[in-house]
Design a protein around this ligand. Structure first.
Ligand SMILES: [Zn+2]
Ligand SMILES: [Zn+2]
Ligand SMILES: [Zn+2]
Length: 89
């Protein structure tokens, strides 16, 4: 992926970090996840596309919240679903 921003990523002035290091939806259904992403519109932390339930991308589509940031401790990047834009910060 090449570094690239979009108006949604540019609008994120301070990155939201996870409240808890768990997928809030997987916890409810007693499922497991691979990696975690934090929605930059509402702050919910959900699982990535490598996880069985893909809650982060489902949330982005159903809520029209475009930008997620990685919630993994050593990763500092954001991704915008509608623009497929990726940037490190
Ligand atoms: Zn965008
Ligand atoms: Zn999940
Ligand atoms: Zn959201």
């Amino acid at each position: 992926m090449s570094a690239q921003t979009c108006p949604h990523i540019d609008a994120v002035t301070s990155v939201k970090h996870p409240r808890k290091h768990e997928c809030e939806e997987c916890v409810k259904i007693n499922s497991l996840w691979v990696h975690l992403r934090t929605c930059q519109s509402c702050g919910v932390t959900l699982c990535c596309d490598s996880s069985p339930n893909r809650h982060a991308s489902k949330h982005a589509k159903s809520s029209s919240h475009p930008v997620i940031a990685s919630a993994e401790p050593r990763e500092r990047w954001m991704y915008c679903f509608p623009d497929e834009a990726y940037t490190e910060y």
